[in-house]
Design a protein around this ligand. Sequence first.
Ligand SMILES: C[S@@+](CC[C@H](N)C(=O)[O-])C[C@H]1O[C@@H](n2cnc3c(N)ncnc32)[C@H](O)[C@@H]1O
Length: 404
Amino acid sequence: MRLHRNLVFAVIDALNMIFNDGEYADKVIEKVLKFDKRWGARDRGFIAETTYEIVRYKRLYTQIAEVHEPYAREDLFRVFAVWAVLRGITLPDWKQIQNTPERRIKGKFDELSKIRKIRESYPDWIDSLGESALGKELWDKESKALNEQANVILRTNTLKISRANLQKQLAEEGIATKALKEYPFALELPERKNVFTTVAFKEGLFEVQDASSQLVAPFLEVSPGQKVVDACAGAGGKTLHLATLMENKGQLIAMDIYESKLKKLKVRTRRNGVHNVDTRVIENSKAIKKLHGKADRLLLDAPCSGLGVIKRNPDSKWKLEPEFLERIKGVQQDVLQRYSKMVKPGGKMVYATCSILPEENYDQVAEFLASEAGQEFELEKQKNVYASASGYDGFYMALMHKKG
Ligand SMILES: C[S@@+](CC[C@H](N)C(=O)[O-])C[C@H]1O[C@@H](n2cnc3c(N)ncnc32)[C@H](O)[C@@H]1O
């Protein structure tokens, strides 16, 4: 591979914004890719993938490069040179990376790779938490699997098209896909492509949604005509999926504390041809009380650490803090306690997170079931999805019913 100066400079700029200015990697990539209109798909791919790879292995690469935060521009070039040497790329004769000690880099890599938290690049606290929560064997696998690049997965909007026909239409638009056997609505792209410019996307024939995330809505066992509440709907990834399972019939109430997210959801419902969604901002407890005892089904797709979706958001490894985890666990239990009252007798509720930590998952459900609010509920089934076993994001979901 030949390195192009302007593309490498774009990577350095991106790393500076992510590591030194604390900006989110996805937003930074979006911004940097706009620097030069002449860049083609390959150039863009190089910038995005190299930046993400360096963010993923930040601890390993910065330790090999012997640089410390905040990183000067020359430090970021040293980190980049480490990445290139370990990839077996011949370094060009640029002054920024002159005298890169290739043998020393390889030697340090061999030495530091013996230590999991450095090899897989996790902060100390996440690495010890992962091992104590999941056990050494599972965390060894999971910490590695969460560093793999996430493939693009689509969910067919079955309100408009079947999966087989969507696959055909995308093929006509030059997008090859593979139907995933165990995920009835999913198509996976073997090769990364921008799917948002396709006619199929503009017509609302699919949404981009990880395969594990596609397991959540079916777990709630909804049917057409029901009254379903999605209480942490955000921009509506799962709301849209619930609407397809309800065949656009019945009432689907999408709630969130942020109006801005619900606005994005509305745009998506229009594109998807979804007509049964009613959005409600949770400004105070009134919005919840109004629905006490009314819902046939309730989805609590709770805010969480996101430790299951590190593939997609590798910078969260460096942004997440123990205090945030403690705070979010409080929100998770509060949501279970107060929002569960919306379920009517005989109704069902799913509590889900994109975390792999038992303290955000089963432990929360167990605490809820043992509390006064949980007395009327029984756990029907639960599922832990690990990236190392599924190849997709890490998730947790628990289905509970309220006694009739
Ligand atoms: C995991 S995200 C939801 C993702 C969304 N369901 C999807 O599939 O695209 C969790 C959501 O909970 C919202 N949230 C945080 N605290 C909340 C609360 N107390 N009540 C309701 N929603 C809350 C966040 O704004 C965020 O959108």
